[in-house]
Write a protein that binds this ligand. Sequence first.
Ligand code: EAX
Length: 325
Amino acid sequence: MMRIISYVALLLLISLTDNAQAEETIKLGVVTKPGSAQNIVAEKFKELVEAQSGGDLQVKIFHSGSLGNETEILQQIQMGTVELGVITSGPFDSFDPIVRVIDYPFLFKDHQQADQILDGPLGGEILASLETSGFKGLCFSENGFRNLTNSRKAVADPGDINGLKIRVMASALHKSIWQTLGANPTPMPWPIYTELEQKVIDGQENPLWVLEVYKFYEIQKYMTLTRHVYSAHIDVASLNWWNSLDEKKQALIQKTMYEAARFQRAENRSKNEARLQMLKEKGMQVEEHPDIEAFRGQVADLKNIDLFAEPKVQKLLTKVIEKTK
Ligand code: EAX
């Protein structure tokens, strides 16, 4: 009898430890809804990592801000209650000032330049720096080039912006950019449809996909193709959790996240022309050739402000400006 009991106990123990090892469910947080840039990365990553781990790694995506806004998701990743996030670079601003380099205005001329820098050693410096604040930076996917929209008037040069109430992300740099351009910037977490609809704010700035997915064409009459900031997502893991994984799992997660990021960047870019067309058809009035040189001139001295004063940040910014000239 005793032998049978201990045999059963042993079997039970084996099956329990087996399960614990076989399946790990990873929580992945994004603030936006299905169909959004962040979700496309998240869903592709889930598909790839689940298939390539033979089911050992399971991913549960928490979308539409069900874990909170981007700052709150980052806090949960820092604490380790959430393992992964696909988060817009802007809100990293208050965690690590080095991230401001990505969002420096009029820095990247095109997608190719953004990829070259972010996938290369300089992007690597940004990812490595995040470890100081408890994140393992995996790679960059994209939100995209940001454009100004508003409900009040056509904007073609910086003079037109004067006094416009513009919603900005939780980012000291973004606030500075719009202050310098003469707007009245108001930091607000995502989502912002209601605030735009009720005219608490006149405008906002985001890549084209946002206007489509969140139907901003219903409530924003004017768009200006300012492309003032290339907005990346940083695909991050909780550093403590990351360090608890074996090397094989780390390598697989790193590889599949990068694959998902590249898939999403290509996908996003391939749709921009059709989106612009669609937004015009929906009745948006688009200024396609604003005076970019005037905008750029107005924010040219931002590199000298306090936000970039930390030597490590200043050094990286100088290098990236040099390489993107
Ligand atoms: O992707 O808050 C923002 O403006 C972000 O771009 C948002 O995540 C939408």
